[in-house]
Ligand binder design. Structure first.
Ligand code: ADP
Length: 239
């Protein structure tokens, strides 16, 4: 809703790799239930921005808050202190990320891949985690593939396991980084259909994609990046 504080608020975000600046004063606010797509040329900083939000990268200056919590730093008196890995784990669990290369554990079945975070991070009893994971795999159309290893699944199926794994954790925010780029074109639609359903359910998502027709259709806003800066931000028709 307009007027509500944004779920995600990014202000003045700066990030360099060594002395190469990659993000310059990036600012972005995402309301609850919004779907925001980030576009822009290769190397413009899209993935780095998502990785900062999910704390896979540290950032040098500025702030990222999710539901009011500064993700990378805590205040200690009047000093800003980078959070330790231990402090980051529960904060990171509020954000689900799906990657271009699936990143499933190859020696674990589809079911075990989805259960892992529920048991290890959410500390859910195994029977409950198994039921929840199986339910999510059914929702993404893989109810008959629970015991398959990633190598026994198509790319589109593996990516749907990746999505089930992310949403099963009930994150406040989903980050999808070019999740169809590594797929055979014939498998793209089955993955996008799952994303569309999640968007229609009102999940808050930030996605990076080159599927422009899909982005126009599913996004509330499109943000264009160039050379580490946001250069346009508005409804799909305007960007
Ligand atoms: P995009 O997702 O828009 O293609 P990236 O965020 O992947 O852009 O990359 C932005 C810039 O940061 C690029 O110039 C890239 O080479 C550089 N970069 C990304 N990751 C690293 C890293 N781990 N170390 C050094 N440079 C990096």
């Amino acid at each position: 809703m307009a007027g509500d504080p944004p779920l995600v608020s990014i202000r003045g975000l700066c990030k360099s790799f060594g002395d190469v600046p990659v993000l310059h004063e990036v600012g972005l606010a995402v309301q609850r239930g919004q779907v925001v797509t980030i576009i822009g040329p290769s190397g413009s900083g899209k993935t780095t921005l998502l990785r900062c939000i999910n704390l896979l990268e540290t950032y040098d200056a500025g702030s990222i808050t999710i539901d009011g919590v500064e993700v990378g730093y805590r205040d200690e008196g009047n000093r800003r202190v980078r959070r330790s890995e231990r402090e980051l784990a529960p904060i990171r669990a509020e954000t689900g990320m799906v990657f271009q290369m699936f990143n499933l554990f190859p020696h674990l079945s589809a079911l075990q891949n989805v259960m892992l975070g529920l048991v290890k991070v959410r500390r859910m009893p195994r029977p409950q985690a198994e039921a929840l994971a199986a339910g999510w795999l059914e929702r993404v159309g893989l109810g008959d593939r629970l015991r398959h290893l990633p190598s026994q699944l198509s790319g589109g199926q593996q990516q749907r396991v990746g999505i089930a794994r992310a949403v099963a954790m009930a994150p406040k925010l989903l980050l999808l980084d070019e999740i169809t780029s590594a797929l055979d074109p014939s498998l793209v639609d089955e993955v996008l259909a799952v994303v569309r359903t999640l968007a229609e359910e009102g999940r808050t998502m930030i996605l990076v994609t080159h599927e422009m027709a899909f982005a126009r259709n599913v996004s509330d806003r499109i943000v264009r990046m160039a050379q580490g800066r946001i250069v346009a931000d508005g409804p799909p028709a305007s960007v």
